[in-house]
Design a protein around this ligand. Structure first.
Ligand SMILES: Cc1cc2nc3c(=O)[nH]c(=O)nc-3n(C[C@H](O)[C@H](O)[C@H](O)COP(=O)(O)O)c2cc1C
Length: 345
């Protein structure tokens, strides 16, 4: 079973490399226009992009989204390159699903990253559905401990599981299991989708379970349904293609989450991810209410090359993000976040 998980991770990388249409370019950010300031009245060099996250301070609000883990040399190298780059740039990093390490002990190495990123917030990752399949607080704590993580992502991926021939599809009663983990884990639990977005009802379920960190992971970037389509052996099975654009876009999901949290959990931390590709997308996401922005696929390509390439990619995102702040007249992220007067309408 675990070898299957290892192979699956490599098959995902191949599908992404071989099919450019896995990237959907439909997040909703393109239709958002911002109020350019011709007289910004601030000094570019004094702009403060720093933000707090999980008790640490980041150089700007970027999280390397959950991607990978396993025992292949390629995967170990990707995770190490991402961890070194996150540390160098002062941003956060999440690892991909750690389920694999519970059956293949050789995969544990890919999650031993703390020595490469002593200061960066690091986040563990498990599929929430595993809580219906024998995983409990012990496995969650073990996933956190190996990474010496600052938090645990539980991912919700019902579409991906539905399309996978070998998918785990029993999502019944997960809310109670999530609540148990929230209550007993020594670090915060973050709830995320993987590219189809979260609705208001999902956020309310999470809040009821005690979760206070949400990553909407909306539609419009990497399509997991399309990736899984490439893994079916049955030529007539086009379910993954039919659902490749299913879900709430990142912008729609972020708007839902923001208004829901304003009412029900003003202390909640929101992460925008799913198809964010530029520092301008990041600025728009923060204006819509996100505290943090997650980016996955573009950082994967860079990390496949080297940690220097990942650093260069992160620095170029930061440069564009800072430029957007300058052109909006925002001297720090508090002036940007939730400031809808910056939206042109
Ligand atoms: C190669 C790859 C592997 C991923 N693996 C995981 C995973 O194991 N767990 C998870 O929660 N999300 C996983 N994701 C989803 C991302 O974390 C993110 O939610 C989604 O891809 C949207 O981000 P993007 O459009 O910037 O790629 C993966 C994404 C990529 C590109």
């Amino acid at each position: 079973m675990t070898n299957t998980i290892n192979n699956r991770k490599l098959e995902h990388l191949r599908a992404i490399a071989n099919d450019p249409d896995v990237e959907r370019y439909a997040t909703g950010f393109d239709s958002i226009q911002l109020c350019h300031r011709a007289l910004p009245d601030i000094d570019f060099d004094a702009i403060d992009t720093r933000v707090p996250f999980l008790g640490k301070t980041l150089s700007f609000p970027l999280l390397v989204s959950s991607m990978t883990g396993g025992d292949s040399a390629e995967i170990v190298r990707i995770n190490r390159n991402l961890a070194s780059a996150a540390e160098h740039c002062g941003v956060a990093m999440a690892v991909g699903s750690q389920r694999v390490m519970f059956g293949t002990s050789a995969a544990r190495e890919s999650f031993e990253l703390r020595h490469l990123a002593p200061n960066a917030p690091l986040l563990s990752n498990l599929g929430a559905v595993q809580l219906n399949l024998g995983f409990g607080i012990e496995e969650c704590q073990e996933a956190v401990d190996i990474l010496q993580a600052d938090g645990l992502y539980l991912h919700l991926n019902p579409l991906q599981e539905a399309v996978q021939p070998e998918g785990d599809r029993n999502f019944a009663n997960l809310k109670q299991h999530i609540a148990d983990v929230v209550q007993n884990l020594r670090v915060p639990v973050l709830l995320k989708e993987v590219g189809s977005g979260m609705s208001k009802a999902d956020i309310i379920s999470g809040i009821t379970a005690g979760v206070r960190h949400f990553d909407v992971a909306g539609r419009g970037g990497t399509s997991w349904s399309r990736i899984e389509y490439h893994r079916t052996n049955d030529i007539g099975d086009d379910l993954g293609l039919q659902f490749q654009d299913w879900g709430l876009t990142t912008v729609q999901s972020l708007r839902e989450a923001t208004s829901c949290c304003e009412t029900h959990a003003p202390d909640a931390v929101l992460i925008a991810s799913g198809g964010l590709r530029t520092g301008i997308d990041m600025a728009k996401a923060i204006i819509l209410g996100a505290h943090m922005c997650g980016i996955a696929a573009p950082l994967l390509y860079a990390a496949q090359e080297s940690s220097e390439a990942a650093v260069a990619k992160i620095e170029s995102l930061k440069r564009a993000f800072t430029t957007a702040m300058f052109l909006l007249g925002c001297a720090n992220c508090s002036e940007l976040r939730g400031n809808t007067s910056l939206l042109y309408s």
